[in-house]
Design a binder for this molecule. Sequence first.
Ligand SMILES: Nc1ncnc2c1ncn2[C@@H]1O[C@H](COP(=O)(O)OP(=O)(O)OP(=O)(O)O)[C@@H](O)[C@H]1O
Length: 405
Amino acid sequence: MEMPRIARVWISAMESFPGFALYRVFYEFSLKARDAKVGHSPGMKWQDLNDRTTGMKELLIIMVVEWFILLVVSYCIDKKSSLFRVKTSSSEMNSIRAFDPVEKADVAQERVIVEQFLDQRNGSYSVICDDMKKVYPGKDGNPAKAAVQGLSLALSRGECFGMLGPNGAGKSSFIKMLIGLTKPSSGTAYVEGLNILSDMSRVYTSMGVCPQHDLLWETLTGREHLLFYGRLKNLKGDALSQVVFMDEPSTGLDPASRKQLWDVLRRAKMNRTLILTTHSMKEAERLCDRLGILVDGSLQCIGNTRELKARYGEFYVFTATTPSSDEQEVERSVLQLSANANKTYHTAGTQKFELPKNEVKIADVFKAVEDLKNKVDVQAWGLVDTTLEDVFIKVARGAVELNVR
Ligand SMILES: Nc1ncnc2c1ncn2[C@@H]1O[C@H](COP(=O)(O)OP(=O)(O)OP(=O)(O)O)[C@@H](O)[C@H]1O
C-alpha cells in the first residue's frame, strides 16, 4: 500500500531536521557494523558514501547545508531581537520626552545652527553634534535609560565649551559618544568634519581625551607619558590634538595644581576646541566661553556666563545676621524693599533673601540696612549678584520639577 502524501511530506521534513539526520547517520553506521559483526558486510567505509542504496552521501550533504541555513537563521533572529530592543528603548525615550517642556529659545537656536550647517556645510565649526541620543537598554528588570536626549551643538574652533549638570545628567555619556567609547543610539557628531560613526579612526588622530579616571602609568614621568601617547597617535614635536575632551579634569586636584591646570588649558585653547564637563562653577567661569546645562539628558540652556546670569538670575541675594529674636524685624524691612522678596535660607539668626532686580535698587538696600541698624544688632550683612551656582541650581531644580509634575 502506498504511503499517504502527508506522511511522506512529514517524514521528509523530519529527515531534514539535523538531529534526525545525525541519528540516521549513526543508525545506518550501526546497521552496517552489525552486519559486519555477523559476517554479512565489512562495515561502512568512506568509499561507501557513493553507495546510493544507503543514502549516506545525501544525508551528509543535507547536514552541511542545514548547518549553513541554521547559522543564517540564528544570525537573523539575533539581529531581530536587538531591533526589538532598540524599538523598546525609543518608545521609552518618547515617553520621557513627553515630559519635556517646549525647548528653550537658546537651545532651539543652537539646533537651527546645526541644521543650517548640515544643509549648507559652511562655517568653521570644529565639533557638530547632530541630535545625539543615547539610550542604555534596560537590565535586570530595570527600564531602559535615556541618558542623552537629542543633543545638538555647534562648537567653533578656539571655543572652550563646558557641559554642566547634576549627577547622572548624561555628561559622561555625551563625552563617551564623542570619543567613540559608546555609539549613539541615534544621531551623530562631526569632529573636524569627520563623522564619528564612520571615520572614528581618523577622528582619533585629531582628538585628545582626559577621562574622568586617570590613565597614568606609575613608572612613567610626565614627559614620557606625552611621548608615549603622542607616538601612539603618530604626533611629533609641537603637534597637539585639535579637539580636546575632558571629563571633570580637575576633580581630586589640590588648589595649586588646579590653578596650574587652568593656566595650561587657557594657553592651549588658543586655536583648539576644548570640551569639558565639570561640577566646579569656578572652573566653568574661568575656562569656558560657553556653557550648557544638561538635566536628565536634555540641554536646558546654553550661552556664556553673563548671558545665563542675566537670563536666570533675575534677583540679588541679600544676607543678614542678627540675634534670632530680631529675625522678624529683618524680614519686615526686606519686605518693605520688595513685597516679592523670597526667603531662601534661615538658621540661627542668619537669613538669605532673593530680591527681584527689577523692583529693588542697590542704594535702597544700603539705606534699609542703615535704618535696620538703628533698631536691631546687625552683626553681618551682604548683597551679591546672582552667581553661576544660583543659575545652576535654578535651572536644575526647574527642569526636575517640570519632569516630576
Ligand atoms: N552603561 C550604562 N548602562 C545603563 N545605564 C547607564 C550606563 N552608563 C550610565 N548610565 C546611566 O545613564 C545616566 C547618565 O549617566 P552619566 O554617567 O552619563 O551621567 P553624568 O552626568 O556623567 O554623571 P556624574 O556627574 O555622576 O559623572 C545615569 O542615570 C546612569 O546611571
